[in-house]
Design a protein around this ligand. Sequence first.
Ligand code: HEM
Length: 416
Amino acid sequence: MANIPVEPSIDSTLWLLRDGYKFIGNRCDRMGTNIFQTRLRLQKTICMRGAAAAEVFYDNAKFSRKNAAPPRAKKTLLGEGGVQGLDGASHRQRKQIFMGLMTPERLQQLSDLTLHHCRQYAQRWQQQDQVVLFEQINEILCRSVCEWSGVPLPETDVARRTLELGAMIDGVGGLGLRYLRGVQARQRVEAWIAEVIEQVRSQQIQVPEQTALAAFALHRDANGNRLDTAVAAVDLINVLRPTVAIGRYVVFAALALHQHPHCASKLAGDDPDYTTLFTQEVRRFYPFFPFAAARTCQGFDWQEYHFPKDTLVLLDLYGTNHDDNHWQEPDRFWPERFSQWQESAFDFIPQGGGNYNENHRCAGEWLTIKLMEQILNFLVDELEYDVPPQNLEVKLSRFPTLPESGFVMENVRFKN
Ligand code: HEM
């Protein structure tokens, strides 16, 4: 057995804040390895990247999600008691509620709703000097997903609920005020959704059976018990919040269109598959979640290394998507690469890897792709706009990151 290379530093938490998405990749490159050991928040942590690392990371016999997420993520992004922290049969059963929502028909309904709202909003954009795409698309997604999920959203609440769902995502990587906004937003949204769930249970509101609200509010386990209200709220929010998060990918797609105009011509051309290639490349190329976290549930050997029991392990999602062992010229934006992709469950993992039902791979990956494609087609086929000078820098030290300006558009008009 070889020793896992150790980073020579007492604690690397500050370096993680500084290096952001490149934290694991930089150290792997420097040490000439795909795995190393460090200390984060004074805790021994193994970091790894690449498809082979992803394959072992998603082996349920070796890894558990119990106590894996950092407390700050629970207070903002994740909440307590949701699907992300479950293992084994309880994970499979809860995950089934999510995956049951992801039928082609239901995804098409959400996509249609989103297109409808895009068209409505764009009517207004025509009257405005400038539009910040990030703000607008988040509102569109918030409206669409609440309607699709059966969650009542009065017109007067659209703006603040959008901001709250956005703050839960933005707060996870923040210090100070940004973090506190995220914590406060989670408390408010949990209180709102718990009340809606209670109203469904007491039949004060009727909700169609196939919706996410009905699924979480009325689910009964094998013993006939309902989910605890707070837990049902956390998991229903696990549908609402990440759907609003797709706004970040839409902004990255708009940025890619702007910076690679030849892609825009291809998108407008007659190869319908190009939209999918472009969408996949946006999800591969741009940073979203830097890594996934799990704990070893037993000691085991992998390759030439020993992993001790109950050790925190981080899998580098961003670094795996940019691994030059798998991706030719990984730092080049090149959608065509996906026409050769073998659909491995482990080399392209912006939303986690492995199997949707058995592993913690993102429940909303199909939904994400569907909405990205729909909105991208809308931007390319139906709209014209100018992109004024602005700060489009994407800071890799900021998590979660975004072009600094949020992508400002001017002179928006419908194509004839
Ligand atoms: C899990 C990313 C959109 C629902 C995850 C994970 C990542 C991720 C990295 C964790 C994988 C792991 O721990 O191994 C993203 C990104 C999205 C997105 C980048 C695009 C903005 C969505 C959407 C939904 C969703 C639209 C709505 C249904 C979930 C759920 C989990 C999850 C429920 C937990 C799955 C589990 O623990 O089994 N996502 N996601 N996500 N995502 Fe997404």
